[in-house]
Design a protein. Structure first.
Length: 188
C-alpha cells in the first residue's frame, strides 16, 4: 500500500485545476452576459450579470468537486480490490505450501521414528518425535501470532490509522432492558 502522498498531490492539483477552470468559465460567462445585456440596451447589467456569474461559479464548483470525490472513491476502491486480489493469491500459495510441507513433515517424522526406534525402541522414539514436532508447532504459532499483530488495515485518505478494536457494523452488543425475573433462583 502507498502512503497516499502522491494521491494527495494529485487531488490538490486536480482541485487547483477545478478552481481555475471554474474561474475561467465564470469570467467567460460574465463577458457573454455583459455583451448580451448591452445588446438588449440594459443600462445597468452588472447586478443581473453578477447574480448569473455567482450561480455559475457555485454550480460549476459543486459539479467539479462532486466529480473529484467520485474519482477519489473509484481510485480507493480499485486500490483495495487490487490489494485483496493479491492477498488472495498469496493465501492460496501459502495453503498449497502448507499442504506440501505437512506431507514432508509427516514422512520425515515417520522416518525419524523408525530410525530411532531401531536404537531406543519405538515407544521412546515416538515420544522424541512428538516432542520435536510440538516444539516446532509452538515456535511457528508464536511467529504467526506476532506477524498477524503487525498487520494493518486499509489506510484512510487523511493518513490516520484504522480504528482499533472498533466493532463491525451491526455487531454491537444488545443488552436486555427487562428486569430479571424475581422467581428465578440463582444458586450461590
Amino acid at each position: 500500500m502507498s502512503d497516499g502522498k502522491p494521491a494527495r498531490r494529485a487531488a490538490a492539483a486536480a482541485l487547483g485545476g477545478i478552481v481555475s477552470g471554474v474561474g475561467q468559465s465564470v469570467s467567460d460567462r460574465v463577458r457573454q452576459e455583459l455583451a448580451a445585456a448591452r445588446a438588449e440596451g440594459d443600462a445597468a447589467p452588472a447586478a443581473r450579470v453578477g447574480a448569473a456569474a455567482l450561480g455559475g461559479l457555485v454550480g460549476g464548483l459543486g459539479q467539479n468537486v462532486s466529480d473529484l470525490v467520485r474519482d477519489e472513491v473509484r481510485a480507493a476502491r480499485s486500490e483495495i480490490t487490487d490489494s485483496a486480489k493479491q492477498a488472495a493469491r498469496g493465501v492460496g500459495l501459502l495453503g498449497g505450501a502448507a499442504a506440501a510441507g505437512n506431507t514432508a513433515v509427516l514422512f520425515t517424522g515417520i522416518a525419524l521414528w523408525r530410525g530411532l526406534g531401531n536404537r531406543i525402541g519405538y515407544a521412546r522414539s515416538a515420544v522424541v518425535v512428538a516432542a520435536l514436532a510440538g516444539g516446532a508447532a509452538v515456535l511457528l504459532a508464536q511467529n504467526g501470532r506476532d506477524e498477524l499483530a503487525r498487520v494493518r488495515g486499509a489506510r484512510r485518505q487523511d493518513g490516520a490509522p484504522p480504528a482499533e478494536n472498533a466493532p463491525a457494523p451491526g455487531s454491537e452488543i444488545v443488552r436486555p432492558t427487562a428486569p430479571p425475573d424475581p422467581d428465578l433462583e440463582i444458586p450461590t
